[in-house]
Design a protein around this ligand. Sequence first.
Ligand code: C2E
Length: 758
Amino acid sequence: METASSLPDDLDPESPRASLTEPPKGLSLAQLRAQLREAHARLHQVQVQLQARQEQLDAKEQALQALARESTAQARQHRCAEQVARLAQLGHWQWDAGSDTLAWSDETYQCFGYASGQIQPTLALFLDHVLERDRQRVSDLLQQVLRQADPQRPRSVEFGFRRADGAWRVGRLLGEARRDAEGHALSISGALQDITELRHTEQLFHAAFNASPMGTIVSRLGDGVFLDVNDRFAASFGWSAAQARGRSGLDLNLWVDTVVRDLWREQLRQHSMLPNFETQWRHRSGEVRQVSLSAQRIDVDSEPLVLTFVNDITAHKQAQARVDFLAHHDPLTGLPNRVLFRDRFELSAAWARQLGHKMALLNLDLDHFKTINDTLGHPAGDQVLQQVAQRLQQVAGSTSTISRQGGDEFLIALGSIQDEQRISHIAAQVIAAMTAPLHTGGQELEISLSMGIAVWPDDGEDFDTLLQCADTALYQAKAAGRDTWRFYTPAMNEQALEQLQLRTLLRRALEQRQFVLYYQPQIDLASGALVGVEALVRLQREDGAIMAPGQFIAAAEDSGLIVPLGEWVLREACAQAMRWQQQGLPALTVAVNLSAVQFRRGDLLHSVTQALTDAGLAPQRLELELTESILIDDAEQMIDQLRRLKALGVCLSIDDFGTGYSSLAYLKRLAVDKLKIDQSFVRDIAGDPDDAAIVRAIISMARSLKLQVIAEGVETADAATLLRMHQCHEAQGWHFARPMPAQDLPGWLEQYQGRRGA
Ligand SMILES: Nc1nc2c(ncn2[C@@H]2O[C@@H]3COP(=O)(O)O[C@H]4[C@@H](O)[C@H](n5cnc6c(=O)[nH]c(N)nc65)O[C@@H]4COP(=O)(O)O[C@H]3[C@H]2O)c(=O)[nH]1
């Protein structure tokens, strides 16, 4: 039964009034009212209870939602951390002190080469993987972390370890302890990273850095402070790495010009790469070096750094300067060479044109320089050239450009000539400057030079023409006896042209075998017998005209053509002597003229030997006629050649004796066999008592030296008689016979012998 104090069980809490529509029977109104009041009160209580329960439910709901939100965020964070750990290959590990258990993250497993969860990690297993040499250090680190009171300071150690697959790696371990209120470690957790690649890259960088053949610097762009320098830098600039680190190029006083440094740094700020920036740096000792900087900006940890390669190009620059110098100067004397001289000349000419002035080009050539070179050797020759260059500079250096063209040729350009007398004045000074003897290799040398002068613009407007004119004038100065100068004249040009034509003619004549030999008999005065012939060269022109040697020998000597021509004469003369011998003519000596040029430029010994061998002629049948000038050249080498020739067995005679200065000492030294009295004394011997006296003196001197003596240019019977009376051995001249072609000799001999017999 229901009591008024209790509500019906089916009372609908949502709609209590509806549940009470039927009033219970047998109740007074008051009771009913009381019951209703009570019901209301209970209802109210239920409502309060319900509301309270609702509030409780709401609070729970909110807490649950917050919890859910929190765990979602945590899950996200965890996922994020996992992703970061995976990307960074950063393993996590945790050791719990209470249970002494170790937990690894997936990355830690991977790091050691295991699949996640493949093994149960323990500290012993972990240490087992560590390289033995590093094991103690890792162990120490863990101990330190355990004891370390400062939790803010995680500890780390780098160590080598072996992966499950046996590969050796480098790892970095970090650890941090969690402690209870008393400071006892509850657990250690930390990170593990495989830094093998990083270390590898670092090692490579350091190896490259230190092995770089160039000084290499890592510096901060901001303040220019050096973070590191390699050994090469230290070697090049005298600052050790320890001294350079932490200091800037400015602190080290490297930059010779700090403005250039500012410029370089400014450019580096604008460009990430700055190759081959050439400047000057100072060595610690103060010595200035030329350097080429190649810089590259590198941004590490967002701090702009600069990697600079320093190439010491001092030697290269010096070599380049030397090359530039050599391209424009003569290395022996340091004077401008032809290229630079021409440039300067043209510049001066442009200037002179503006001012209406003249210029002069002086072409200089040392006299007999070849003899100096041949006798004293090239080093002495070089010293002579250097001293000559110095003298030229002293005399004309301040007002002119001097150049060595090569060999013993020098050029002087005189600018701004207003008075042509000045040219002669300087020319005279230059000649005079050579009069004082030079000293080389302990020897005193007399030298002289010849000079040709051309005036601009009178003789030529351009450099080449002017040089040609000066060359022609030089040739004339030499022809005039050397040690002098000549101004160019148009007439000289004609002569020069003739010379050129003559040289061409000679060259062609040699090629086309237009040279012929004439032979002039030589008579033994005592017996009147033919004892020899002198071979005299002629040029038979295409039109049949015969050119005498006087017209071309000098040109052949100047051009050097005398060497091949002389060889031909030797061969032909020997061959002809042999032919006559074979024809049954009496044994004859054939005399051949030799030029000094043949001694200097040719290989005479070889030519003579070859000519004798080819012809099969006995050396005693060949006589070599030397001019006194050959002896005056006084070269040891010349004397040596003569000795060797003499040793072959050939006869040596001195031609034109009496006109030169050959000393008796030489005659003895050279073991000459014969003297040939010059025809200038012989021709008038019958009419001129002086000539007769000279001839007598030469004959008696020759006889007392036991030399043979022959007179040339014997034109008359009287002369022949006188010579015979003075006991001259032999004679040659028109009185006996003129020079004749080889084929005429047998006929002449027949007639001559007939005349003698008659
Ligand atoms: N007035 C006059 N003259 C006479 C008389 N007897 C000979 N002569 C000339 O005198 C010259 C003698 O020759 P040389 O003194 O060696 O002088 C030679 C010699 O120095 C040179 N020569 C000739 N042939 C050669 C050669 O093959 N080689 C070299 N290097 N020089 C040569 O040319 C020079 C001139 O030769 P050529 O014109 O042939 O002139 C020859 C000859 O023709 C005479 O009675 N009266």
